[in-house]
Design a protein around this ligand. Sequence first.
Ligand SMILES: NC(=O)c1ccc[n+]([C@@H]2O[C@H](COP(=O)([O-])OP(=O)(O)OC[C@H]3O[C@@H](n4cnc5c(N)ncnc54)[C@H](OP(=O)(O)O)[C@@H]3O)[C@@H](O)[C@H]2O)c1
Length: 262
Amino acid sequence: METGLKGKTALVTAASKGIGKGIALALAKEGCNVIISSSNKANLEYAVKEIASTGAKVHAFKCDLNLKSDIQNLQNEIVALYGGADILVNNCGGPHPGFFEEIGEDKWDYAYEQVLMSPVRLIKLFLPYMKQKKWGRIINITSLSVYQPIDNLILSNTFRTGVTALAKTLSNRVASLGITVNNVAPGYVLTERIKELAENKSKVTGETAEKILEKMREEIPMQQIGKPADIANAVVFFASESSAYITGNTLHVDGGRVGSYL
Ligand SMILES: NC(=O)c1ccc[n+]([C@@H]2O[C@H](COP(=O)([O-])OP(=O)(O)OC[C@H]3O[C@@H](n4cnc5c(N)ncnc54)[C@H](OP(=O)(O)O)[C@@H]3O)[C@@H](O)[C@H]2O)c1
């Protein structure tokens, strides 16, 4: 597939590890100039080394997505470097797990800023450049929780459906300007996040985290937990010229895990 991504500038947030880093690597391999951000400088340095080994131009900036000022500073740095970003991949750290009774207002506020407001703020800052260029790609990383609630992830269930509504509504607004807005919804992907969720569940059920991960694997029709590269391939497609007629969509990448028709 000819992606047409060579020379495009791509920002991937929360990309020092896991799915975000996998996406940054894949875009780098397609010839994008890649900018990654996360809340931890040391983690970013490791990631930059790995991504730079593809031969791509890579920049990293510390940006805590829960801080409005960090997001503004990130945009300032990118404008100074490239004028803006052609591709914006909105990824964030995973929201706190828990059932309704366990989640206090502080955690609701945190997840609102983390999951919903960080893409809102980033899109507000990067959309004008895309409009000016009459080309842009906005891709949000959500979760299979937008198809069916995950019992102990009420924050993900609530705010990721909000991101899905944001994407669809905005996609209509910018569709005639060469800008697409889509979501990639991962199923279970082997990263630190999934291991933390398994450990968290282990404290409640008494089963080992390994046993919980094994049960997750068995729930997947393909009988395999995904890899960051599986999610990254879908992002590359949404970023590419090949997806130019697709907008307002969500693609679940989950080995068949989502049980609904659509
Ligand atoms: N793994 C799965 O099975 C799965 C499934 C569905 C959805 N998801 C979602 O996909 C996203 C990525 O998950 P993952 O599995 O790749 O998680 P991960 O391996 O734990 O990586 C999380 C990334 O987020 C960054 N991060 C954490 N807090 C941050 C903050 N305040 N500001 C900026 N960056 C921050 C981390 O970097 P620093 O520590 O360096 O800041 C790290 O790069 C999450 O939202 C997760 O809920 C994951």
